[in-house]
Design a protein around this ligand. Structure first.
Ligand code: APR
Ligand code: PHB
Length: 389
């Protein structure tokens, strides 16, 4: 069996790339370890940059997004019981769109199935062969049978725990990592959002975030200890702690309800370089991870897809390798800027164990500067709505 492209991973990165390539007649198979239902069961952030919205439109999968997504012209930052607003649209002319990542993934799967594109689910032992020469191939097992696909290129969209990054020899790979001494305890509830914009809160008890999926589905987070387990937190305890971390007038309006999902995620900054080795390219979480504070995970995967999609088109349509030769350099330039913003925004809002009184003063001054300075708000807004591709 042969395909031009083998995409490993059927998450947002792999599906978006596959859909864009299909629209240009470039043939890509997707190999996914799990079932479609499992992939769609993941709860993930849903703040979309304009760049991602444009890619989804180009992929022909933006109809529901435009019908059900909500444009957010700004966000609220809460500190010491007070809130201030950062107006993205006034500062940058752009909003962000709030639309669940699960829905993005669902729309991409629906489009892929409507186009009858080949997707292999529940594959095992995916292995990339000869990525460093011009005849790569991928083997995998499915239903106990061995399979082989010959191809021109392999794209690793298999996330942080996938096999693609590990295929690049350690002698070539350079990895950069920062782990954070806390996690995020997240709750999904069928309740109306407490505010029509997101609220990012820095409180003496720790970080909190008030977000949403739609008018009757809210998503809340509180910073928690890495040693915590979701079962340690009753719904009552969660709501009580959230109320302590947001301004009192907001807490009074908070509509609580039973959690329909409750989980804890650790925070990590991670980048691997290069994002290309021979005929293998890395895309999305396979290459980098950001703490969720700036909602950059999906949006950074989108810019990788943008660069790689255009590079592969340039190769196939113009027989010009310039795009694929420069993919890693181009993608990493934007990756590091998003890593910086996510790291900085995490540092602004979280309380760190053993934070010295001086460090706390610096954090408070940083927040005050963001509150009071137009240039700092513009820099924040440009990063949040998405730096140019
Ligand atoms: N073989 C096949 N598929 C695999 C393998 C493997 N060895 N390992 C992982 N996968 C699949 C996973 O099951 C998952 O569906 O690859 C997919 C990777 O998807 P994501 O982890 O969502 O990564 P990505 O598509 O890059 O999306 C990045 O979405 O998941 C969020 O936090 C992430 O916001 C970020 C964005
Ligand atoms: C979410 O809605 O899950 C969400 C929103 C913004 C973030 C992180 C998570 O920065």
């Amino acid at each position: 069996m042969r395909h031009q492209i083998v995409i490993i991973g059927g998450g947002p990165s792999g599906l978006l790339l596959g859909q864009l390539l299909h629209r240009r007649g470039i043939d890509a198979v997707v190999l996914e370890r799990k079932t479609r239902a499992y992939v769609l069961g993941r709860v993930r952030a849903g703040v979309l940059e304009t760049g991602l919205v444009n890619l989804l439109e180009e992929a022909g999968v933006a109809n529901r997004l435009h019908a059900e997504g909500h444009a957010h012209d700004g966000t609220q930052i809460a500190v010491d019981g007070q809130m201030f607003h950062i107006d993205f649209r006034a500062l940058t002319g752009k909003p962000v769109i709030v639309y669940g990542q699960t829905e993005v993934t669902r729309d991409l799967y629906d489009a892929r199935e409507a186009a009858m594109l080949r997707t292999e689910y529940e594959v095992d032992h995916v292995t990339i062969h000869d990525a460093d020469n011009d005849k790569p191939f991928v083997t995998y097992q499915q239903d106990g049978r061995d399979h082989r696909i010959d191809c021109d290129f392999v794209v690793g969209c298999d996330g942080f725990h996938g096999i693609s990054r590990q295929t690049i020899p350690l002698s070539i790979r350079r990895e950069y990592e920062k782990t954070y001494p806390f996690g995020w305890l997240g709750v999904l509830s069928r309740t109306p959002p407490v505010h029509d914009e997101l609220i990012y809160a820095n409180s003496e008890r720790g970080f909190a975030l008030c977000s949403m999926r739609n008018d009757n589905l809210s998503r809340y987070y509180i910073q928690c200890a890495l040693s915590d387990h979701p079962d340690d937190w009753s719904d009552r305890a969660f709501w009580a702690e959230l109320k302590r971390r947001i301004p009192a007038d907001v807490a009074e309006r908070l509509v609580t309800g039973p959690s329909i999902e409750k989980s804890i995620a650790p925070l990590r900054s991670f980048v691997t370089e290069p994002m290309r080795w021979g005929r293998l390219f890395l895309c999305g979480d396979a290459a980098h991870i950001v703490p969720p504070t700036g909602a950059k995970g999906l949006n950074l995967a989108a810019s990788d897809v943008h660069y790689l999609y255009h590079a592969l088109r340039q190769f196939y349509e113009e027989r010009d390798p310039e795009g694929i030769d420069r993919y890693s350099e181009r993608a990493l330039l934007r990756v590091w800027k998003a890593e910086r913003f996510s790291w900085w925004f995490s540092g602004l809002l979280h309380r760190y164990p053993h934070q010295s009184p001086f460090d706390l003063k610096m954090q408070q001054a940083d927040i005050a500067f963001l509150r009071d300075n137009q240039a700092q708000q513009l820099a924040f807004a440009e990063n949040y709505v998405g730096l140019p591709y």
